[in-house]
Design a protein around this ligand. Structure first.
Ligand code: AMP
Ligand code: GLY
Length: 421
């Protein structure tokens, strides 16, 4: 099988790594890929979706897998499907589950999926009135995609009103903030669940926990994620069953009823409050760094999973996961998430310890290749992944690998998976 992966991050590297170890995969392409993906396949420098679809036809690519949300919300899947190409990801219509928070919240309400109580509005007076009915803190969200910055947890009513005004005036996020969601604050613990969907059937992956804040102890600013682990012991069978019955099934049925069947990765951001899963958000793609720790847990060949999902055959797949844990620690550049940093050469020591070599690896993200050397050129540079029979063992291996990786200004959290230990 020839496969193309769209994207350039650690998530796409992880998908590509799994595919590169899969005997069914002949040629692997990344569009555009990063400085490390040429070790796994071939980078393709084509941006335009029509031209990418042409390329897929010319190279007899059997399956394209889309990593990031931007091409999905822009309709890359529709472009490929119009040419009868097989592609894994949601249509532009289905991608609204992530692209518009208003669409998502109204969808949850319409299909009775538990979530925080909220209003959507583009009127400042309505926003202020609703804020006054809530306790504190108050959650204020911009409607559109804001690169993870569109959610404000305001400690007081005044601060919530200020955030809402700034969004509605267009000052904070431009068009993306001209409609807002005002929402009750949920006090619980957060989980990420991922369902691989084919429109009708799905496969639920082991639950993961991300660490969004920059600093240890969940302090500092929000980031795209500084580390993750799975499966998390914070989820028991009862929670899995509740998520399946009260979130995933009604979502797939609801999207069918809306005429936008959901194919692709349904990423469910959950808050567990008193044992009940409430949906915070949907994303329509894998989490990053969650993908980097979920891929190594997959025992079924990755090509089979994604191909069957893209061709509506998940009902025929018996997916298997390894009986292991995976922990991923992000190494970011010095000024992440504030600004970009100077390129810094990455040096990885030779790993002489065979046990470590066999149970850990690097998923490369914000890296570029220059003169045969690898440089840190992005915010989140790479993820050190460890696997093991326990979370502790996987964590120790991930951190042992971190000790072997060097670049100027490297920044990492030292407490990934602390809630599970
Ligand atoms: P979202 O993009 O909607 O997932 O929001 C980003 C982050 O804000 C989430 O991962 C949560 O940590 C937090 N958050 C969002 N909505 C709520 C809420 N209603 N109550 C508590 N925390 C929230
Ligand atoms: N790690 C969270 C995300 O990818 O949105």
């Amino acid at each position: 099988m020839n496969i193309m992966v769209i994207g350039s991050g650690g998530r796409e590297y992880a998908i590509g790594r799994a595919l590169s170890q899969d005997a069914a995969v002949e040629k692997l392409y990344f569009a555009p890929g990063n400085g490390a993906t040429p070790a796994l396949g071939e980078n393709v420098d084509i941006k335009e979706y029509d031209a990418l679809a042409e390329f897929a036809k010319d190279q007899a690519i059997d399956l394209t897998i889309v990593g990031p949300e931007a091409p999905l919300t822009e309709g890359i899947v529709d472009v490929f499907k119009a040419r009868e190409l097989t592609i894994f990801g949601p249509s532009k219509a289905a991608a609204q589950l992530e692209g518009s928070k208003v669409y998502m919240k109204n969808f949850l309400a319409k299909y009775g999926i538990p979530t925080a109580s909220y209003i959507e509005t583009d009127h400042i007076d309505t926003a202020f009135k609703f804020i006054d009915t809530l306790g504190t803190p108050v959650v204020v969200k911009a409607d559109g995609l804001c690169a993870g910055k569109g959610v404000i947890i305001a400690p007081t009513h005044d601060e919530a009103k200020k955030a809402a005004s700034e969004m509605l005036s267009g000052k904070a996020f431009g068009e993306a903030g001209k409609k807002v969601i005002i929402e009750e604050f949920l006090d619980g613990y957060e989980l990420s669940m991922f369902a691989i969907c084919d429109g009708e059937d799905y496969i639920l992956l082991p639950a993961a926990q991300d660490h969004k804040r920059l600093e240890d102890g969940d302090q500092g600013p929000n980031t795209g994620g500084m580390g993750a682990y799975a499966p998390t012991p914070l989820v028991n069978d009862e929670i899995y069953e509740k998520v399946k019955a009260s979130v995933i099934r009604p979502t797939l049925d609801g999207m069918q009823a809306e005429g936008a069947p959901f194919e692709g990765v349904l990423f469910i951001g959950l808050m567990i409050v008193n044992g009940e899963p409430l949906t915070l958000e949907f994303n329509v793609r894998f989490g990053d760094p969650e993908c980097e720790i979920l891929m190594p847990l997959l025992a079924t060949p990755a090509s089979e999973l994604f191909y069957k999902a893209a061709t509506k055959q998940l009902d025929t797949l018996k997916v298997q996961f390894k009986d292991e844990y995976a922990v991923g620690v992000v190494m970011a550049s010095r000024d992440y998430p504030y600004k970009s940093s100077e390129p810094a050469e990455i040096v990885v020591d030779e790993i002489v310890h065979t046990e470590l070599a066999e149970h850990s690896h690097i998923a490369y993200a914000g890296v570029s290749e220059m003169d045969g050397k690898l440089f840190a050129t992005g915010g989140r540079v790479l993820v050190c992944v460890g696997t093991g029979e326990s979370i502790r063992q996987a964590r120790d291996r991930a951190y042992a690998l971190c000790g072997q990786v060097h670049f100027a200004g490297k920044k990492l959290r030292t407490d990934i998976a602390y809630q599970a230990l």
